[in-house]
Write a protein that binds this ligand. Structure first.
Ligand SMILES: Cc1cc2nc3c(=O)[nH]c(=O)nc-3n(C[C@H](O)[C@H](O)[C@H](O)COP(=O)(O)OP(=O)(O)OC[C@H]3O[C@@H](n4cnc5c(N)ncnc54)[C@H](O)[C@@H]3O)c2cc1C
Length: 428
């Protein structure tokens, strides 16, 4: 390995180097490091991250980038110690979801309502700042002995027995590289894993707002003919607006004055929460769909948005990514236990088969919601729009959707199956 300049402190290559310390990469790193903490030879794990965010001040206003975290995600983050590291005062449990099409009354009988109590659960999940998840996971990773390298990946080369990475912080070597570097993954590109991508021709406008009526610990979502408008409840009593609007409609929404935008929010939400006051700037995100044809190659695996990007209307991106992280770590821990090479295709293909088969139907369903509920005008859309009321009146459908919202259906990694306090995968 003559081209290796920098390795773990032991002089050996890292066992696993994760490129991207976003919520998914940071959690994967923490899962691996925490699992091997007490082993005779703890794993050498590193995270390469472009810029590590600073700690959040307890009284700082809530960041507009938030995610709805499922019960499965809660369990994964609990297992690594990140859940308890996040201040409850910044985390809002939500107990209900109310979803309706613009053709019906927002508080009428045709609204689809999911109530946690219906499934005997205290809530359906939590609305949490992305940055909080990321910093908590990075902190627990470091506390368990992991190494965070601040820098950007420029190139990687895969050899028979190791991967060499050229970064702005030096050259590194590892036995397995994990690409958690988001939708524009350089890892994915460098190893030549093709991905199918398409634009939704929509832009998500995100901002925090105060509403005249209380949010009732409820996630509100209205399907409009030009997109989807969601109000997610926040811990400070405000709500996070996520408005996925057709590009043609988004541009004027971003350009208009604050008061005109507030008026539009009131109108397009059908005044379900009364008057709306903007509390942050408007952020915008062009929306794309992405599915990598393969999630793995020799000594490489992709997780999170690097492997798949779905429309935000179902709030699934981080949740699916955390399940990728937990599934990969479970298989890697099993491989390390029997001294199997973590970069071997036999190990990685198991991960790929597992997660691809879980993600494909979810991505398809989310696409269908966007195509037929948020946009459609034809007969299929009409059926889908009427279908919301039907689901609302059918117990089996309702239970299915609640299990989906909780992230507890499908083939779950062990760590997501156990109610807290959960144990991370371990070597023993
Ligand atoms: C408007 C909107 C609302 C959403 N709401 C939800 C929701 O409610 N629930 C949910 O589950 N999901 C939601 N999502 C999706 C969610 O935000 C993403 O799925 C999630 O951020 C993916 O996490 P990740 O860690 O895989 O990637 P990212 O968050 O993109 O993190 C990638 C990391 O890699 C780093 N990186 C990139 N390139 C390099 C490089 N060359 N070298 C080193 N580091 C690098 C970046 O700095 C970054 O920290 C939403 C998305 C949008 C756009």
């Amino acid at each position: 390995m003559t081209d290796v300049m920098t390795t773990a402190a032991s002089g050996e290559p890292f066992d696993v180097l994760i490129v991207g310390g976003g919520p998914v990469g940071a959690s994967a790193a923490a899962l691996l490091q925490v699992a091997s903490k007490d082993a005779r030879r703890p794993l050498r794990v590193a995270v390469l991250e472009l810029s590590r965010p600073g700690a959040t001040q307890p009284d700082a206003p809530l960041d507009p980038r938030v995610s709805a975290l499922s019960r499965a995600s809660e369990r994964i983050l609990t297992a690594i110690g990140a859940w308890s590291a996040m201040p409850p005062s910044r985390m809002q449990p939500y107990e209900r979801m109310r979803v309706w099409h613009e053709s019906v009354e927002p508080r009428g009988g045709d609204v689809l309502e999911f109530d946690a109590a219906y499934a005997g659960e205290p809530n359906l999940g939590y609305i949490v700042e992305n940055r909080l998840v990321q910093t908590a996971a990075l902190t627990t990773f470091e506390a368990a002995g992991g190494r965070i390298i601040t820098g950007g990946l420029s190139r990687l080369r895969v050899h028979d027995h190791h991967v060499a990475l050229e970064t702005s912080a030096g050259t590194f070597a590892c036995r397995l590289v994990v690409g958690a570097d988001g939708a524009r993954s350089i890892v994915r590109e460098s190893i030549g894993l093709a991905a199918e991508t398409s634009s939704y021709r929509q832009t998500a406008i995100v901002a925090n707002v105060r509403t005249e009526l209380p949010h009732e610990r409820t996630a509100w979502q209205r399907f409009l003919r030009t997109g989807t408008l969601a109000f997610l409840p926040l811990a400070d009593g405000c709500s996070s607006v996520v408005w996925s609007a057709d590009d043609g409609a988004a541009a004027p929404l971003l350009a208009m004055s604050t008061s005109a935008f507030e008026e539009e929010l009131l109108r397009q939400s059908d005044a379900v929460l009364g008057a709306v006051e903007l509390r942050t700037e408007r952020l915008s995100f062009p929306l794309h769909k992405l599915t990598a044809h393969r999630f793995t190659a020799h000594r490489c695996a992709l997780i999170g948005d690097a492997a798949h990007v779905v429309h935000p209307l179902a709030g699934q991106g981080v949740n699916l990514g955390l399940l990728d992280a937990a599934a990969l770590c479970e298989l890697l821990c099993a491989a390390f236990r029997v001294r199997e090479d973590p970069g071997a295709q036999s190990v990685l293909r198991r991960y790929e088969r597992w997660r691809k088969s879980e993600i494909a139907p979810i991505a398809l369903a989310i696409d269908g919601f966007n195509r037929y509920l948020a946009h459609g005008v034809g007969p299929l859309s009409h059926i889908a729009q009427r279908g919301l009321a039907l689901v609302n009146r059918t117990d089996e459908f309702k239970r299915f959707f609640i299990a989906r919202a909780l992230g507890l259906d499908g083939e779950l990694p062990k760590v997501a199956r156990q109610p807290p306090p959960a144990q991370p995968p371990s070597f023993s």
